[in-house]
Design a protein around this ligand. Sequence first.
Ligand code: ATR
Length: 277
Amino acid sequence: MSDNKIPLAGVIGCPIAHSKSPQIHGHWLKTLGLKGYYVPLHVEPENLRDVLRNMPKLGYVGANITIPHKEQALEIADVVSDHAAKIGAANTLVFTADGKIHADNTDGYGFIQNLRQSAPKWDPRLGPALVLGAGGASRAIIVALLDTGVPEILLTNRTKARAETLCQEFGARLKVVDWEQADDAVSDVATLVNTTSLGMTGKSPLTLSLANLNKKTLVTDIVYAPLKTALLAEAEAIGCPTVDGLGMLLHQAVPGFERWFGVRPEVDEDTRKAALK
Ligand code: ATR
């Protein structure tokens, strides 16, 4: 990018008005004193290909991709990282000078970095993880947990077939637990993760019983509205370490920002405040 060009980036989704990414990237651009803009882009699925192909011509250096475009973005990209290919979805695109679209997925990185920063004593190798949900977010989290050395993942999902598909795909360390049996499965896990939308403001509550939960189990939720979900509040009352889901959103944004604007930003309390404004 030459000196007289202002780098642009954005987040593409449908809908997109709720996204916190513009506040996060805007905060970093401002506090780091960098040239550039980051904007929310509402794009209908049938227009995604055209939009992505034209963005570099408008001065865009890259984009984040969110619901419902993460799988389609992977198909459109010219170059796909091994990691994004494994997950089957892209959340971060980089447009290179030769006009090519490079796709990566930083959701799993964001998930792990959030836990490492917020719960430094957490060791995924100490015991199995129980993962609730088998959607897109779950795929990225499962790959990340496997990569960090978790010995076993107990996976439970309302629609069992989806969990079984992930088991076939990601291998021997995964075991499906019936959704109705999840209450019993919480007892021996080192890590408990909710990747479903249950517990989010306006959605149904998560009805998992934590009666069998061990005090040492780290409990985390990808839902961040509310910040303290009922799951986290209940786990905290038991004495478990808990980590909210906002940090995952903040940390997944770091690699994209660095690639587009040239500086690696910090995730700190001010970043959290900016995202919550
Ligand atoms: P994302 O990409 O955000 O993970 P998704 O692919 O739609 O979104 O997955 C949403 C997850 O929340 C799924 O695990 C879904 O369960 P199903 O596969 O059975 O649909 C789960 N989920 C959503 N609403 C639910 C509900 N009312 N009860 C149980 N699970 C629910």
